[in-house]
Design a protein around this ligand. Structure first.
Ligand code: ADP
Ligand code: MG
Length: 323
């Protein structure tokens, strides 16, 4: 497949936007950002064998490469507009490319993201996606705004993707990993939630490396600590069914990776507003703890007694631990 038709596979599916007057085909894309707003920019790379394995269908690889980037914009409260895709491919494989482009376009279309350019090279399979969005000046959500007394909230459910990965590592055929697999293969960036949290949340981060690890980043940036009630961490029905042992399940929720949920803080005076938002978005938003003065992160059981922090707070890529 010559490079041209490879690019064509993506160009054919790229959405047109009035504020992107020039996309794929020239030396650079052009974008008219909305007046009075700031650009929000993020880039993330997925490498085969590190961020995903060969069991991941090409369409899901395309989806996920964009999803992890849109999740970063969601965490900032930004609205995405366009994306650039730097693609490294091992060999000519038209079918693979068509499927990759289809998965990428499916998510791009659902959030009106225009694929406006990219780069194509030969090498081990890797996708580096740059996303460009915008956010009203001074309303971007940051990691640094949490204050003692704020509530800690989490969107959706935690541990599903890590649960799917654990099942796969244990030798369960991917087809039988079941509904959890969707959370690993096709994460949902919480863009609507991020945008609605502007002016409501005091701090926000997306959970990509594990809840404790990412909450830790938010706490460090804000110069505060937190108490987390582990029983309040949201678990899906699928996760409860696949991992009935609460200890195993909790480890996935606390330290698993690839959740792409939002963790945010808001003052207790905003509880009703956050709950209304949850209803409006049809997205569970769970209050899981509170921000404290000082720098410590403490886990509490249902009786309010301290639990030990797990040794492993974040996701360790499967290729690194030899699985
Ligand atoms: P240049 O050499 O000037 O960087 P290229 O020949 O690499 O241009 O790319 C031609 C056009 O196709 C450019 O507009 C570029 O942004 C776009 N493009 C290249 N690879 C991709 C890709 N994988 N996905 C989307 N657009 C791409
Ligand atoms: Mg050029």
């Amino acid at each position: 497949m010559p490079e041209f038709s490879l690019i064509e596979a993506f160009r054919r599916r790229a959405l047109a936007r009035e504020d992107v007057p020039l996309g794929i085909g020239d030396d650079a894309a052009l974008f008219d950002p909305p007046a009075g707003e700031r650009l929000a920019l993020a880039v993330d790379t997925l490498v085969e064998g590190v961020h995903f394995n060969r069991g991941l269908p090409p369409a899901s690889i395309g989806w996920k490469a964009l999803a992890v980037n849109l999740s970063d914009l969601a965490a900032m409260g930004a609205t995405p507009a366009l994306a650039l895709l730097a693609l490294t491919l091992p060999a000519e494989d038209p079918r693979f490319v068509e499927e990759l482009a289809t998965g990428f376009a499916a998510l791009a279309d659902s959030h009106r993201v225009a694929l406006a350019g990219g780069d194509t090279t030969r090498g081990p399979l890797a996708l580096s996606v740059t996303v460009v969005g915008h956010v009203p000046k001074d309303l971007a959500l940051r990691r640094s705004g949490a204050r003692p007394g704020d509530d800690v909230w989490v969107s959706g459910s935690l541990g599903d993707a890590a649960g799917a990965l654990a099942l796969w590592k244990a030798g369960t055929p991917m087809l039988r990993v079941g509904p959890l697999r969707q959370r690993l293969d096709r994460p949902t960036p919480r863009l609507g939630a991020g945008q609605a949290l502007r002016g409501l949340a005091t701090a926000c981060i997306d959970i990509s490396d594990g809840f404790l690890a990412d909450l830790g980043h938010l706490l460090a940036a804000s110069g505060v600590g937190a108490e987390v009630e582990v029983e309040a961490l949201p678990a899906s029905t699928d996760l409860r069914e696949a991992f009935p042992d609460p200890v195993a399940r909790r480890a996935l929720q606390l330290s698993g990776g690839d959740d792409y949920e939002l963790c945010f803080t808001a003052p207790p005076s905003e509880r009703a507003a956050v709950e209304r938002l949850s209803g409006r978005l049809a997205l569970p938003l769970s209050r899981v703890g509170r921000i404290t003065a000082g720098a410590s992160l403490r886990l509490l059981d249902a009786d309010g007694l301290p639990l030990p922090l797990p040794e492993r707070r974040g996701y360790v890529h499967f290729a690194e631990d030899g699985a």
